[in-house]
Every structure is written in structure tokens, then in C-alpha cells.
Design a protein around this ligand. Structure first.
Ligand code: ZN
Length: 268
């Protein structure tokens, strides 16, 4: 379940009235597009883990910032998750379709006059396609920042991991912790399992030799150890992520986006 901001502040693009959107646009508003996936997350987590985290980060950031207008666009729920097919619950877009959806959504927001757009991704399989979409858009002089949320706290993830060595995993230590913090009613801890990773190579080689898909590398679709997850760890990580996103929104609001640069102004 994706909930509105705790304060009741209006931040969702689709709920805005025309004058509110015009106001946000005129004040260099930042638009966050949560990007996720509907897919299996092991026996104990719901299917929408990867959209719930960027969505809640986005609305909490918009809620927290009073001096900077931040709008949260309708989330892109479907992502590119072909490698999770075969586990019940997964719904994927094709690669080209997913990139096309991201480009169309971003172009539309841009055409509405917003020049500060963040594609906030929550799914590993979306990382390369979301970046590709942002590159494709930049060729058209339409600009969006493509970010995957856990990249905002890599040092903390590494330092705070009890089992998963800094990896966000999949239904493991950190995703389960974030769910226990955000939506404990949707987690069934009695069903938790820890899967052995059926690696193709030794752990050393696996660091640089990774196939583009992870299909059937885990017996129950879990990457990492959910048994060391806790709501407290989820809150700790969420708090850092939120702080980084708030800082980014502030700086983005104050910065001149690339397309604002006059042609040739970067040349000496
Ligand atoms: Zn996930």
C-alpha cells in the first residue's frame, strides 16, 4: 500500500489543481518520478517492495521541504524484471517498452515546463535501462537525473550490514528491514528463508563477471539474509536516504539545469 504524506500535505502530481501546478512550475519545482517494479521478493515480502521504497522516499522528501516545491509524479510501477519471471507474482515490461515509458513520462513532465526531474529508481534490473533512458532524453535536450536509491547510502550500507556486505539484496537484510519499517503489516516473518546463491563463478570472479540476468540463481528468489533484518535498521537507513534526497532536491532547485545553459557558454 502506497500512502500519502503523514502530514497530509498535498504533494502528488495527480491531485494538484491547475493553479497549484502552475505555481510549482513557476517556482522551479522539482518533480520526482518513483520508478519500481512488481516482482517476487521471496516468500515473506510483497510484490511491490521496489516501488514502495522510492515512493515513500519521494513523498517524505516532498513533505519535508517547505521552501522548495517538490511534486511526486504517479509512480512507474512496472519495471524491467525479466529475470524474476518464473517466480509467481512478477510482471515485467519489455526492455524497449520500459525505456519508452520512462522517456514518454519524462518528456511530458518536461513539456509541462518542469526542468528539474528525478527518476528515483528502486529496482536493480531498472538501473541500466533508467540510465539509458536519461541518456536518450539528453540527446533531445530533455534532462532528468536517473538515480537508484541505495546509491545514496553506499557507505552506510557497507558499514551497517550484519550479513549482506553492503548489498541491497532482494528480500534480504536491507529490503526486509525497510519493509519492516515502512509496512510491517505486509511482511510475514514466519515465511522468511535464506537462499544460497548458485553462483556461476567464484565470489572473487563474480565481482566483475556478472551475467545480465540472475534467473534461478536462488531457490526461493531471496538474495541476502532477511533473518538479520529489523524495523530499527530500516528506519536508520531510510533516515539517511531521506536526508540525501532532501539535500539533492534543495541543490537541484538552486542549480541551473543543463538545458538552461546558453549554447556555447561552456566554451572559453
Ligand atoms: Zn527489490
Amino acid at each position: 500500500m502506497l500512502i500519502p504524506p503523514p502530514s497530509g500535505k498535498k504533494v502528488l502530481w495527480q491531485e494538484m489543481l491547475r493553479h497549484e501546478l502552475l505555481d510549482a512550475q513557476a517556482n522551479n519545482g522539482v518533480v520526482i518520478v518513483p520508478v519500481g517494479s512488481v516482482e517476487q521478493h521471496g516468500p515473506h515480502c510483497p510484490q511491490d517492495v521496489d516501488i514502495s521504497i522510492p515512493y515513500h522516499l519521494a513523498i517524505r522528501a516532498a513533505d519535508a521541504l517547505d521552501d522548495v516545491p517538490v511534486l511526486v509524479a504517479p509512480p512507474v510501477l512496472y519495471g524491467f524484471t525479466h529475470y524474476n519471471m518464473g517466480e509467481i507474482g512478477t510482471i515485467t515490461l519489455g526492455l524497449e517498452t520500459f525505456i519508452a515509458v520512462l522517456c514518454d513520462v519524462t518528456r511530458s513532465i518536461w513539456a509541462n515546463g518542469f526542468r528539474r526531474i528525478i527518476l528515483l529508481n528502486g529496482h536493480g534490473g531498472n538501473q541500466a535501462p533508467t540510465w539509458s533512458a536519461s541518456v536518450k532524453l539528453a540527446e533531445e535536450d530533455v534532462w532528468a537525473l536517473a538515480i537508484t536509491y541505495w546509491a545514496m547510502a553506499e557507505d552506510e550500507l557497507r558499514a551497517w550490514s550484519d550479513a549482506d556486505e553492503g548489498s541491497i539484496g532482494h528480500g534480504g537484510e536491507w529490503e526486509t528491514s525497510l519493509q519492516l519499517y515502512l509496512r510491517p503489516q505486509l511482511v510475514d516473518e514466519a515465511r522468511m528463508v535464506k537462499d544460497e546463491w548458485r553462483r556461476h563463478f567464484s565470489p572473487e570472479v563474480q565481482r566483475y563477471a556478472i551475467f545480465p540476468e540472475r534467473r534461478r540463481e536462488m531457490a526461493h528468489g531471496v538474495m541476502g539474509d532477511p533473518f538479520v533484518a529489523s524495523a530499527e535498521k530500516g528506519e536508520r537507513l531510510f533516515t539517511v536516504l531521506l536526508d540525501r534526497l532532501v539535500t539533492l532536491c534543495r541543490e537541484y532547485h538552486a542549480a541551473k539545469p543543463p538545458a538552461y545553459r546558453e549554447f556555447g557558454s561552456h566554451c572559453p
